[in-house]
Design a protein around this ligand. Structure first.
Ligand SMILES: Nc1ncnc2c1ncn2[C@@H]1O[C@H](COP(=O)(O)OP(=O)(O)OP(=O)(O)O)[C@@H](O)[C@H]1O
Ligand SMILES: [Mg+2]
Length: 492
């Protein structure tokens, strides 16, 4: 099947998001759809997926004009959409999620749970996915949810699959698994639209690419004929710097120390110290326990053993509020699930942590709130309309910047950033790295949790590598290179 979108125009109010965009993909092709945060990628695919209607333009399937007024119509035509925001129902088991809207029924009309479970199990086995079909979705880590969503698209026997940033919260082995699925699909003549900010993945898996900038196609062609620096340039309109950033040498007093911190089954005997002015990296694969260690420090997981010392004083961490008041901030790993309040506006999402400080006698100082937020908006170059617009009107990467702004405004002593650049474009990543280093210069202790080796190398002075809940090595300088970190992270 070949899908062509021709002359697509779409505006939200005064914001002209797509201006005469042509885009096509066909069976057996994996096409990367690229562009800065807010360039219009999700909007274009929402139109193809029947979620949004174009103001003008046409969609053709194998040359036949079609129009989709709902996601169901697009799905019926063979187009499956894996959204940037996860779309599973947390309270249902995995297998029911696999068949939502297309339930299998017995002759009696009742849902055939047994058959749904059987088919789910069979599909998972074929794809080497280790998930129990009966598990409740709520109990799955976000990366597994993403894998379930991809498997669901396969089950729908779609001819075209749209994947909007499918790998943002996946680790390398899982990404490899998704890529294996994609290669199989390709052989079966399925066409894939792959939206991503991870350009190395694009070079590895995609055949063709299209770059959108401000709602216009500015580049495209076979992936083999381009390069990461060129695509980056196409996306942001100028060269993106790649040399290592300068680290500060002035390390101040100790801000956080962990002594034999243990919380089974997640991690054990964790010993580390972070000082003012330093950027410490912590890396590893899924299940390494790094997020759990720092969620404990943030009061999000209790009943730990061992000691937590903040500025040299032992602290029994009981709640998030307690550590917040001590100047500790934590940006969680999954924005979609843990960081955004969907039905609040941008300003409230951005200032929720600091509201208490600007409230007098129960009244919020609106002017202060706006001023504080506005400073962050400028620093982080958040692309948005009015502060009172809903957070959901922002593109994914810009939502991530709002979450970052929220924590920066709290002016922390210790800033823990878990997967800080998820869904952020190549240009904005560099801005975030700059901000991290500026904070360190001002004496903030920063911990960056990341599975992107390049990210650790770019901003961290030293890094700890974790494996199955243990710290297995510390790397810095010469030993802080990608090959070595990967070897350590896989238990080598
Ligand atoms: N429902 C909406 N209401 C108002 N504006 C919207 C809506 N959805 C998207 N926009 C705006 O359209 C523009 C394009 O957003 P889109 O989500 O398509 O970007 P994107 O290229 O997918 O970016 P990202 O890489 O950050 O996901 C943004 O300026 C965004 O704020
Ligand atoms: Mg998007």
């Amino acid at each position: 099947m070949k899908v062509s979108m021709k002359g697509i125009v779409k505006s939200f109010g005064a914001n002209d998001v797509l201006r005469q965009v042509d885009f096509s993909v066909e069976g057996g092709e994996i096409c990367a759809l690229l562009g800065e945060n807010g360039a219009g990628k999700s909007t274009l695919m929402n139109i193809l997926g029947g979620v949004l209607q174009a103001d003008r333009g046409q969609i053709e399937l194998d040359g036949r004009p079609v129009s989709f007024h709902s996601p169901a119509q697009s799905l019926d035509a063979g187009i499956a959409f894996i959204h940037q925001e996860l779309n599973l129902i947390n309270d249902l088991p995995v297998y029911e999620n696999m068949f939502i809207g297309r339930e299998l029924r017995k002759k009696s009309g009742f849902i055939d749970h047994k058959e749904e479970i059987r088919q789910t199990r069979q599909l998972f086995a074929g794809l080497d996915i280790d998930i129990d079909p009966n598990a409740r979705v709520a109990s799955l880590d976000a990366s597994y949810k993403q894998i379930v969503e991809i498997a669901r698209a396969l089950l729908m026997k779609a001819s075209i699959i749209i994947m909007d940033e499918p790998t943002t919260s996946l680790t390398d082995p899982e990404i490899e698994r998704v890529f294996d699925m994609l290669r199989t699909l390709k052989k079966q003549n399925v066409g894939v639209v792959f939206i991503s900010h991870k350009l190395r993945e694009v070079m590895e898996i995609c055949d063709t690419y299209v770059v959108l900038r401000d709602g216009v196609v500015v580049a495209g062609g076979p992936v083999q004929e381009t390069s990461i620096p060129r695509i980056s340039h196409d996306m942001v309109g100028h060269d993106v710097r790649t040399e290592p950033l300068e680290q500060t040498a002035d390390i101040g007093p100790e801000v956080l120390r962990l002594e034999d911190l243990t919380l089974e089954p997640y991690y054990r005997r964790i010993n580390l110290a972070v000082h003012a002015g330093e950027v410490l990296g912590v890396t590893g694969l899924l299940g390494d326990g790094r997020s759990e260690v720092f969620r404990t420090v943030f009061g999000d997981m209790n009943k730990y053993q061992g000691r937590i010392l903040i500025e040299g004083k032992p602290v029994q961490v009981k709640s998030t509020r307690q550590v917040l008041n001590m100047g500790i901030a934590y940006l969680p790993r999954n924005r979609k699930e843990n960081a955004i309040i969907k039905d609040m506006d941008i300003l409230d999402n951005g200032s929720i942590v600091t509201l208490e400080r600007i409230t007098r006698c129960g009244l919020i100082d609106r002017k202060k709130q706006l001023n504080n937020f506005d400073r962050q908006r400028k620093d982080l170059q958040i692309k948005m309309g009015k502060p009172t617009d809903m957070i959901s009107s922002l593109s994914g990467g810009n939502q991530q910047k709002v979450v970052l702004a929220k924590w920066l405004m709290s002016d922390p002593k210790l800033l823990i950033l878990d997967n800080p650049t998820q869904g952020v474009d190549v240009g904005a990543k560099e801005e975030i790295y700059d901000i991290i280093l500026q904070l360190a210069k001002r004496g903030v202790a920063v911990v960056v949790l990341s599975n992107e080796a390049q990210e650790i190398i770019r901003v961290c002075g030293r890094a700890l590598v974790m494996y199955h809940g243990n710290i297995c090595a510390e790397v810095s300088g010469e030993t802080m290179n990608e090959a070595n970190m990967m070897r350590l992270a896989t238990g080598g």
